[in-house]
Design a protein around this ligand. Sequence first.
Ligand code: OGA
Ligand code: MN
Length: 374
Amino acid sequence: MSAAVLEQGEDAFRKIFRFYRRKNPPADLSGVLEFRPGESRLKPVELRVSAVSDQDAGLLGLQPLHQWSAYHVDGYPGFLFIVNPFLPGWQHRWVRQCLKVYPRKPNVCNLDLHMNLDSASDLWSSSHAQLRNRSSQKRSEKTLLEKLRWVTVGFHYNWETKKYYREHQSPFPVDLAELSRCVSLACGFPSFKAEAGILNYYHMDSSLGIHVDESELDHSSPLLSFSFGQSSIFLLGGLSREIAPTPMMMHSGDIMVMSGASRLLYHAVPRILRHPRGSALPPCLSVPPCNNDSSPVIEPCSPSDWEVCKSYLQSSRINMTVRQVLEEGGSFPEEGDTHGREMTKEDSYYSEDNETQGTEEQGLTKRMKTEEQD
Ligand code: OGA
Ligand code: MN
């Protein structure tokens, strides 16, 4: 079947999702949009290059803004794609944060429900030795880090109610807020506030189901997405699932911005693609971590931490999405029953053992699947 041949009235998105999710035989990837010059569906974007100084960009591990390549895609106003703008050796720092720092308390992750807080608070120390010493061929038991599927920061997304709550938040990581601020300034959104982050951790069989990110109360603000590790196919659709999506290739370091008319479009990640040709990691991650430049914003990644990250990334992809939840000066609505009421500790995500177990599974199976199912 060709991805383009569809019968009328079918859920066009689902059909294409299944086409790209297929592993055997592998799907024909020739229709997947690659973000490179000369591609007829792309239009280069003029970024606000003076909005962030070269020095400030450098402290986040980003190239000077005038060196970034950014594109609009025909038919998707408000969608922006920035081709890996990170300096060599600096994506490593963000990967380390995602694996070593952001999963720690008080942030929330899928494993909280299955273990006591002590071990959940240190996924890294329970996994690093095993990951560092693993030979790539050897099949061994999964480390806790490899069981990590999502982390939420800032306002914690509730997978069951699909809402955010004023009472359920932890501080938004300062470094990620700075990175988000830089990207939003470059793209012309100076008032963007990073208030909620969902980090997704994918392995080779993972996919992210078809969805719209509409739980945020302010849809006039963009949604930022940062990808690291193995490449993936991203499907960007329309306002209905009847509209066939455009398949796009996302590589390590790439940044996507969904804003304006593209903010509420259906999208999904049907497939993670292992890096071909010899090396297990893409070239931008095959260089050693940059350790000679210090930054007051983001901690360096030591060579030994990088050994762990490298082993993890051989068969994984990490995606960080950053959202503004409230409109400027806005607050959460005071509503009758569920989400307007003050939550007590007992009501909160951690404590409702039976329900949250179900919640987490629901959130996971709906959004992110790790087995071939279709
Ligand atoms: C999300 C999302 C896309 C990705 O977390 O809502 O759409 O590339 N992520 O992982
Ligand atoms: Mn999404």
